[in-house]
Design a protein around this ligand. Structure first.
Ligand code: FAD
Length: 425
């Protein structure tokens, strides 16, 4: 398992209370369903199954949400890592609408769980996506297309209005998405774990699943010191274990990305409590948190880089965008590992042998893990087949190390195209 990338301390861990670790599994037990992986995908499946009164056990190799789910940017918005225009090209308008509606169901779920469970988890509403070059009309066309085809109401902001909120000459026009929100993802995940347990689910931490074998009509999941025999098994391990379930494991690529958090600042650069991103193919995203700190994210690599070094790069990006920030101290910097399929869509389904999987949420996992959890719980407990909307995005081999090289090369290519776009403005 690739552990190191996720091991650097985060602002989220510093501002959440985990409580005592849950006991590791040290015996042989039976359950209806065994969920493997305690990130947001696994936690949501387990919670929704428990709410449907299923008997569910979740095995987490380390601690709940220690990986991407507890160390991400915290932006929640509709859609997928793949752009809706490309989804539409591949599956047609009607099927794309169905998929987009499912992604909205994921965002609505997060909003509802926060409202009912702990409203203090929400840290702001809205998301501004800003251009770093002059608009050639495409942003307004995109806004119109999203309203017409996907019932999504974005607001277009001319350059002056964008710069009122983001005090930087680097920005031009933007769109604002009032339906998005941003939150504390680790505290959210811990809340889901608590809700799942209160509904009857059992969670074992420090319990890696080592193998899954068919045993009659059931599955036998072996761990270091115990085993679970269950009618269903659900794999939610992202790219952290690509061998426990080879069908989905060989179809994902691990991609690392980075976050830096400044000291609390008195600043006149970011004048909005909304989350912000730029439209570059290889762009940055940021938001104000916790009494004036800036949480700044960006950069992707297929090899894991030292977050301290990447923090310097992110600080350079931050100060190049907002020179008035001076030389802010970086109090936290960390990396996280995502899983991408080559088509950049989640892998959600059931393999020919009968094992379930939910993985490859890429950089858009906050709404899509919530969606996947609901879909798979309804499929397993109630025979619902809506998850089949993802059938056009079946797991396919992602190319092993050659796939990695391709991802890194395409990122450099994207950076180059971004620079060419900006040079014309
Ligand atoms: C820095 C960063 C910023 C991001 N920003 C955003 C954002 O702003 N908005 C957004 O929507 N998405 C964002 N994402 C993406 C999002 O965080 C992920 O898509 C999502 O969290 C994936 O959830 P997951 O449950 O699939 O995987 P993970 O959170 O990686 O969880 C997988 C879990 O499985 C466990 N596991 C693995 N193997 C085993 C095994 N054999 N046995 C038991 N357990 C096992 C691991 O220990 C881990 O806890 C970001 C990601 C990163 C890294």
């Amino acid at each position: 398992m690739t552990q190191r990338v996720n091991d650097f301390p985060t602002w989220y861990e510093a501002t959440a209370t985990r409580g005592a670790p849950r006991p590791a599994l040290r015996e042989a037990i039976k359950a209806e369903i065994c969920v493997i992986g305690g990130g947001l995908a696994g936690l949501t499946v387990a919670l929704e199954l428990a709410r449907l009164r299923a008997n569910v056990v979740l095995l987490e190799a380390k601690n709940v949400a220690w990986a991407a789910s507890g160390r991400n940017g915290g932006f929640v918005s509709n859609g997928y890592a793949q752009g809706i225009e490309n989804i539409q090209k591949r599956v047609g308008l009607e099927a794309a609408r169905g998929l987009y509606a499912l992604s909205k169901r994921g965002s609505e779920y997060v909003r509802r769980e926060i409202a009912e469970g702990d409203p203090s988890l929400k840290m702001g509403d809205g998301w501004i996506v800003a251009l770093r070059h002059r608009d050639d009309g495409n942003l307004q066309k995109y806004r119109d297309m999203m309203a017409r085809d996907y019932d999504e109401n974005f607001t277009f902001l001319p350059a002056e209005q964008t710069r009122e909120k983001l005090n930087s000459s680097r920005y031009f026009e933007s769109i604002s998405n009032p339906q998005a929100l941003h939150f504390h993802p680790l505290r959210y995940a811990l809340m889901l774990a608590g809700k799942a347990e209160a509904s009857g689910a059992i969670i074992h931490e420090n319990t890696a699943a080592l193998s899954v074998q068919k045993q009659g009509a059931e599955w036998r999941v072996r761990t270091g010191d115990g085993e679970v025999v269950a009618r269903h098994v659900v794999h939610c391990v992202s790219s952290l274990d690509r061998t426990i379930h080879t069908v989905s494991g060989r179809a994902v690529l691990p991609v690392a990305t980075y976050v830096a958090v400044t000291e609390p600042l008195k600043q006149d650069a970011i004048r909005t409590s909304a989350a912000v991103a730029d439209t570059r193919r290889a762009g940055n995203y940021y938001r104000l948190i916790d009494g004036g700190r800036i949480l700044w994210g960006g950069s992707i690599t297929t090899r894991i880089s030292e977050p301290g070094r990447l923090a310097e790069q992110m600080k350079r990006d931050m100060v190049a965008t907002f020179p008035q920030l001076g030389n802010p101290r970086i109090d936290y910097s960390w990396a996280g590992l995502m899983a991408y399929a080559l088509h950049k869509m989640p892998l959600i389904g059931r393999d020919k042998g009968g094992q379930w999987f939910a993985t490859a949420f890429g950089g858009h996992g906050m709404n899509t893990t919530a969606m996947a959890g609901q879909l798979l719980a309804a499929a397993i407990a109630q025979g619902d087949d809506e998850y089949r909307r993802f059938a056009p995005y079946e797991p396919a081999w992602a190319g092993g190390p050659f796939g990695r090289l391709g991802v890194q090369a395409s990122y450099w290519w994207m950076q180059l195209r971004d620079r060419i776009d900006e040079a014309g403005s």
